[in-house]
Design a protein around this ligand. Structure first.
Ligand SMILES: [Zn+2]
Length: 62
């Protein structure tokens, strides 16, 4: 394996060659949708963890 294919740029170039622009657009749309879903699902968990962190640090909020 050549060193240049091990870089992120090399992988992206390889994907561009293997996938059609339509496949690439669909893939990016799926990744974006999944990212948004995870963001909304994890938001309460993130809030709770920050809340617990504040209490652990001795900061009271209620
Ligand atoms: Zn609190």
């Amino acid at each position: 394996m050549a060193a240049t294919t091990d870089t992120v740029h090399g992988r992206i170039e390889g994907v561009r060659i293997e996938l059609t622009p339509t496949q690439l657009a669909v893939g990016l749309a799926l990744v974006a949708a999944l990212g948004f879903a995870l963001l909304f699902v994890q938001e309460p968990m993130l809030h709770d963890s920050m809340h617990n962190f504040r209490h652990a640090a001795g900061i009271t909020c209620h």
